[in-house]
Design a binder for this molecule. Structure first.
Ligand code: LER
Ligand code: MN
Length: 270
Protein backbone atom coordinates (compact mmCIF):
# COMPACT_ATOMS: atom_id res chain seq x y z
CA UNK A 1 0.00 0.00 0.00
CA UNK A 2 1.20 3.50 -0.87
CA UNK A 3 2.78 5.27 2.10
CA UNK A 4 1.33 8.72 2.74
CA UNK A 5 2.70 11.65 4.69
CA UNK A 6 1.72 15.27 5.11
CA UNK A 7 3.72 18.46 5.62
CA UNK A 8 3.85 19.67 9.19
CA UNK A 9 5.79 22.68 10.40
CA UNK A 10 7.57 22.40 13.74
CA UNK A 11 6.93 26.14 14.26
CA UNK A 12 4.28 28.58 13.11
CA UNK A 13 5.10 29.13 9.42
CA UNK A 14 4.15 31.63 6.74
CA UNK A 15 4.07 29.23 3.78
CA UNK A 16 0.43 29.03 2.69
CA UNK A 17 0.48 25.40 1.50
CA UNK A 18 1.59 24.03 4.87
CA UNK A 19 -1.69 22.73 6.26
CA UNK A 20 -0.53 22.11 9.82
CA UNK A 21 1.43 24.78 11.67
CA UNK A 22 2.36 25.06 15.34
CA UNK A 23 1.11 22.93 18.25
CA UNK A 24 3.37 20.13 17.15
CA UNK A 25 2.42 17.21 19.39
CA UNK A 26 -1.29 17.68 18.92
CA UNK A 27 -0.88 17.87 15.15
CA UNK A 28 1.25 14.73 15.03
CA UNK A 29 -1.46 12.89 16.96
CA UNK A 30 -4.17 14.12 14.58
CA UNK A 31 -2.16 13.18 11.49
CA UNK A 32 -1.59 9.67 12.84
CA UNK A 33 -5.29 9.47 13.68
CA UNK A 34 -6.28 10.19 10.08
CA UNK A 35 -4.17 7.20 9.00
CA UNK A 36 -1.05 8.84 7.60
CA UNK A 37 2.18 6.84 7.76
CA UNK A 38 4.52 9.80 8.10
CA UNK A 39 5.05 13.51 8.63
CA UNK A 40 7.24 15.65 6.43
CA UNK A 41 8.77 18.17 8.80
CA UNK A 42 9.26 21.78 7.74
CA UNK A 43 12.17 23.02 9.84
CA UNK A 44 13.58 26.50 9.34
CA UNK A 45 16.65 25.91 11.48
CA UNK A 46 17.57 22.57 13.10
CA UNK A 47 19.08 24.55 16.00
CA UNK A 48 15.54 25.50 17.01
CA UNK A 49 14.35 21.93 17.53
CA UNK A 50 15.25 19.24 20.00
CA UNK A 51 15.98 16.16 17.86
CA UNK A 52 15.30 13.63 20.61
CA UNK A 53 12.00 15.24 21.50
CA UNK A 54 10.97 15.34 17.84
CA UNK A 55 11.89 11.69 17.36
CA UNK A 56 9.98 10.73 20.48
CA UNK A 57 6.78 12.56 19.51
CA UNK A 58 6.84 11.09 16.02
CA UNK A 59 7.71 7.52 16.96
CA UNK A 60 5.14 7.47 19.77
CA UNK A 61 2.54 7.65 16.96
CA UNK A 62 4.44 5.19 14.78
CA UNK A 63 5.08 7.79 12.10
CA UNK A 64 8.13 8.05 9.83
CA UNK A 65 9.78 11.28 8.67
CA UNK A 66 10.47 10.78 4.96
CA UNK A 67 11.76 14.30 4.29
CA UNK A 68 12.66 17.59 5.93
CA UNK A 69 11.64 20.86 4.26
CA UNK A 70 13.93 23.89 4.52
CA UNK A 71 12.05 26.58 2.60
CA UNK A 72 11.26 28.70 5.64
CA UNK A 73 14.96 29.65 5.82
CA UNK A 74 14.39 31.52 2.58
CA UNK A 75 10.86 32.73 3.30
CA UNK A 76 11.60 34.02 6.77
CA UNK A 77 15.35 34.77 6.77
CA UNK A 78 16.18 35.35 3.10
CA UNK A 79 18.92 32.69 2.97
CA UNK A 80 19.65 31.74 -0.64
CA UNK A 81 22.24 29.76 -2.61
CA UNK A 82 22.09 32.36 -5.39
CA UNK A 83 22.03 35.64 -3.47
CA UNK A 84 24.40 38.38 -4.60
CA UNK A 85 25.47 38.69 -0.95
CA UNK A 86 28.29 36.21 -0.23
CA UNK A 87 27.35 36.08 3.45
CA UNK A 88 23.78 35.02 2.67
CA UNK A 89 25.07 32.40 0.23
CA UNK A 90 27.48 31.03 2.84
CA UNK A 91 24.76 31.09 5.53
CA UNK A 92 22.41 29.18 3.21
CA UNK A 93 25.03 26.49 2.56
CA UNK A 94 25.86 26.14 6.25
CA UNK A 95 22.17 26.01 7.17
CA UNK A 96 21.50 23.28 4.62
CA UNK A 97 24.51 21.28 5.82
CA UNK A 98 23.28 21.69 9.41
CA UNK A 99 20.23 19.55 8.54
CA UNK A 100 22.45 16.50 7.89
CA UNK A 101 22.53 15.01 11.43
CA UNK A 102 18.76 15.29 11.92
CA UNK A 103 18.07 13.89 8.43
CA UNK A 104 20.46 11.00 9.11
CA UNK A 105 18.69 10.22 12.38
CA UNK A 106 15.29 10.05 10.68
CA UNK A 107 16.49 8.51 7.40
CA UNK A 108 14.93 11.58 5.76
CA UNK A 109 15.79 13.38 2.52
CA UNK A 110 16.54 17.11 2.83
CA UNK A 111 14.35 19.21 0.54
CA UNK A 112 15.79 22.13 -1.39
CA UNK A 113 12.95 24.37 -2.50
CA UNK A 114 13.20 28.13 -2.42
CA UNK A 115 16.54 28.06 -0.60
CA UNK A 116 17.95 27.97 -4.15
CA UNK A 117 16.80 31.59 -4.41
CA UNK A 118 15.79 33.84 -7.26
CA UNK A 119 18.29 35.61 -9.54
CA UNK A 120 18.72 39.10 -8.08
CA UNK A 121 18.51 42.19 -10.34
CA UNK A 122 21.80 42.79 -12.13
CA UNK A 123 23.00 39.16 -11.78
CA UNK A 124 23.02 36.86 -14.80
CA UNK A 125 21.19 33.53 -14.87
CA UNK A 126 24.57 31.88 -15.62
CA UNK A 127 26.04 33.36 -12.45
CA UNK A 128 23.09 32.07 -10.41
CA UNK A 129 23.51 28.62 -11.91
CA UNK A 130 27.23 28.64 -11.09
CA UNK A 131 26.50 29.58 -7.46
CA UNK A 132 23.75 26.96 -7.31
CA UNK A 133 25.92 24.16 -8.68
CA UNK A 134 28.79 25.03 -6.32
CA UNK A 135 26.45 25.06 -3.32
CA UNK A 136 24.85 21.74 -4.30
CA UNK A 137 28.23 20.08 -4.81
CA UNK A 138 29.44 21.24 -1.40
CA UNK A 139 26.26 20.15 0.43
CA UNK A 140 26.02 16.80 -1.39
CA UNK A 141 29.66 15.98 -0.61
CA UNK A 142 29.11 16.80 3.08
CA UNK A 143 25.95 14.66 3.26
CA UNK A 144 27.17 11.59 1.34
CA UNK A 145 29.20 9.99 4.18
CA UNK A 146 26.09 10.19 6.40
CA UNK A 147 23.86 8.51 3.81
CA UNK A 148 21.75 11.68 3.47
CA UNK A 149 20.17 12.70 0.16
CA UNK A 150 19.15 16.14 -1.12
CA UNK A 151 16.01 16.53 -3.20
CA UNK A 152 15.76 19.74 -5.21
CA UNK A 153 12.24 20.67 -6.18
CA UNK A 154 11.47 22.14 -9.61
CA UNK A 155 9.20 25.11 -8.84
CA UNK A 156 6.84 26.97 -11.13
CA UNK A 157 7.82 30.17 -12.94
CA UNK A 158 5.90 32.42 -10.55
CA UNK A 159 8.16 31.43 -7.64
CA UNK A 160 11.67 31.49 -9.14
CA UNK A 161 13.57 31.76 -12.42
CA UNK A 162 15.77 28.77 -11.48
CA UNK A 163 14.79 25.13 -12.31
CA UNK A 164 11.15 24.87 -13.36
CA UNK A 165 10.96 21.42 -14.93
CA UNK A 166 12.22 17.86 -14.64
CA UNK A 167 14.32 18.53 -17.77
CA UNK A 168 15.98 21.49 -16.00
CA UNK A 169 16.46 19.30 -12.93
CA UNK A 170 18.03 16.43 -14.86
CA UNK A 171 20.45 18.83 -16.53
CA UNK A 172 21.35 20.20 -13.08
CA UNK A 173 21.86 16.66 -11.72
CA UNK A 174 24.32 16.04 -14.53
CA UNK A 175 26.23 19.23 -13.75
CA UNK A 176 26.29 18.61 -9.97
CA UNK A 177 27.48 15.03 -10.46
CA UNK A 178 26.59 13.57 -7.06
CA UNK A 179 24.72 10.30 -6.50
CA UNK A 180 22.93 11.65 -3.42
CA UNK A 181 21.45 14.61 -5.31
CA UNK A 182 18.06 14.15 -6.99
CA UNK A 183 14.65 15.76 -7.34
CA UNK A 184 11.44 16.26 -5.44
CA UNK A 185 8.51 16.35 -7.84
CA UNK A 186 5.38 18.29 -6.85
CA UNK A 187 2.18 17.78 -8.84
CA UNK A 188 1.13 21.41 -8.32
CA UNK A 189 4.29 22.72 -9.99
CA UNK A 190 4.33 19.95 -12.60
CA UNK A 191 0.78 20.80 -13.65
CA UNK A 192 1.98 24.32 -14.50
CA UNK A 193 5.34 23.54 -16.09
CA UNK A 194 5.56 20.00 -17.50
CA UNK A 195 4.31 19.20 -21.00
CA UNK A 196 3.26 15.79 -19.62
CA UNK A 197 3.34 14.93 -15.93
CA UNK A 198 3.55 11.19 -16.63
CA UNK A 199 6.35 11.53 -19.21
CA UNK A 200 8.34 13.68 -16.82
CA UNK A 201 7.95 11.17 -14.01
CA UNK A 202 9.21 8.44 -16.32
CA UNK A 203 12.14 10.60 -17.43
CA UNK A 204 13.16 11.32 -13.84
CA UNK A 205 13.04 7.62 -12.84
CA UNK A 206 15.35 6.70 -9.98
CA UNK A 207 16.26 10.34 -9.37
CA UNK A 208 12.85 10.96 -7.83
CA UNK A 209 13.86 11.25 -4.18
CA UNK A 210 10.54 12.58 -2.84
CA UNK A 211 7.03 13.40 -4.09
CA UNK A 212 4.51 16.14 -3.18
CA UNK A 213 0.83 16.01 -4.01
CA UNK A 214 -1.64 18.85 -4.28
CA UNK A 215 -4.38 19.21 -6.85
CA UNK A 216 -4.35 21.69 -9.76
CA UNK A 217 -5.69 24.45 -7.49
CA UNK A 218 -3.28 23.51 -4.68
CA UNK A 219 -6.15 22.18 -2.62
CA UNK A 220 -6.16 18.58 -1.35
CA UNK A 221 -5.98 15.83 -4.02
CA UNK A 222 -9.47 15.26 -5.34
CA UNK A 223 -10.43 18.95 -5.16
CA UNK A 224 -9.17 19.87 -8.63
CA UNK A 225 -8.71 18.29 -12.03
CA UNK A 226 -5.45 16.30 -11.87
CA UNK A 227 -5.54 12.61 -12.82
CA UNK A 228 -3.99 11.20 -9.64
CA UNK A 229 -4.66 7.60 -10.59
CA UNK A 230 -2.59 7.98 -13.77
CA UNK A 231 0.10 10.06 -12.03
CA UNK A 232 0.58 7.72 -9.07
CA UNK A 233 0.42 4.53 -11.14
CA UNK A 234 3.19 6.00 -13.31
CA UNK A 235 5.19 7.01 -10.23
CA UNK A 236 5.19 3.52 -8.75
CA UNK A 237 5.72 1.86 -12.14
CA UNK A 238 8.89 3.94 -12.39
CA UNK A 239 10.23 2.09 -9.34
CA UNK A 240 9.60 4.81 -6.76
CA UNK A 241 9.54 3.39 -3.24
CA UNK A 242 9.22 6.56 -1.17
CA UNK A 243 6.35 8.46 0.40
CA UNK A 244 3.63 10.46 -1.30
CA UNK A 245 3.48 13.62 0.75
CA UNK A 246 0.54 16.00 0.92
CA UNK A 247 1.46 19.66 0.61
CA UNK A 248 -1.70 21.66 0.05
CA UNK A 249 -3.64 24.63 1.36
CA UNK A 250 -5.70 24.22 4.53
CA UNK A 251 -9.01 24.59 2.69
CA UNK A 252 -11.65 24.43 4.06
CA UNK A 253 -9.35 23.89 7.08
CA UNK A 254 -6.28 21.82 7.96
CA UNK A 255 -8.19 18.91 9.47
CA UNK A 256 -10.80 18.51 6.74
CA UNK A 257 -8.22 18.85 3.95
CA UNK A 258 -5.94 16.22 5.52
CA UNK A 259 -8.84 13.82 5.96
CA UNK A 260 -10.25 14.37 2.48
CA UNK A 261 -6.79 13.91 0.92
CA UNK A 262 -6.19 10.55 2.53
CA UNK A 263 -9.73 9.31 1.81
CA UNK A 264 -9.36 10.26 -1.83
CA UNK A 265 -5.85 8.89 -2.30
CA UNK A 266 -6.61 5.59 -0.55
CA UNK A 267 -9.71 5.25 -2.72
CA UNK A 268 -7.62 5.34 -5.90
CA UNK A 269 -6.33 1.83 -5.28
CA UNK A 270 -2.70 2.64 -6.14
C1 LER B 1 7.62 23.68 -1.44
O1 LER B 1 7.62 22.29 -1.38
C2 LER B 1 6.88 24.17 -2.62
O2 LER B 1 6.24 23.43 -3.32
C3 LER B 1 6.95 25.59 -2.98
O3 LER B 1 5.83 26.04 -3.65
C4 LER B 1 7.48 26.51 -1.93
O4 LER B 1 7.59 27.78 -2.40
MN1 MN C 1 6.24 21.28 -2.93
Amino acid sequence: MMRLSIVLSTHAAQFEAVAFKGDFENNVAKIAGYGYDGVELAIRDPKLVNPDELAQVVSKRNLKVPAIGTGQAWGEEGLSFTSNDPELRRAAIERIKSHIPLAAEFGAAVILGLIRGITPKGQTHEQSMAYLIGALQECSAAAAPHGVKYALEPLNRYETDLIHTVADGLDLIERVGADNFGLLLDTFHMNIEEPSIEESIRACGDRIFHFHVADSNRWYPGAGHLDFKGILDTLFESGYEGFVSGEFMPIPNADASAQRAIDYLRGLDV
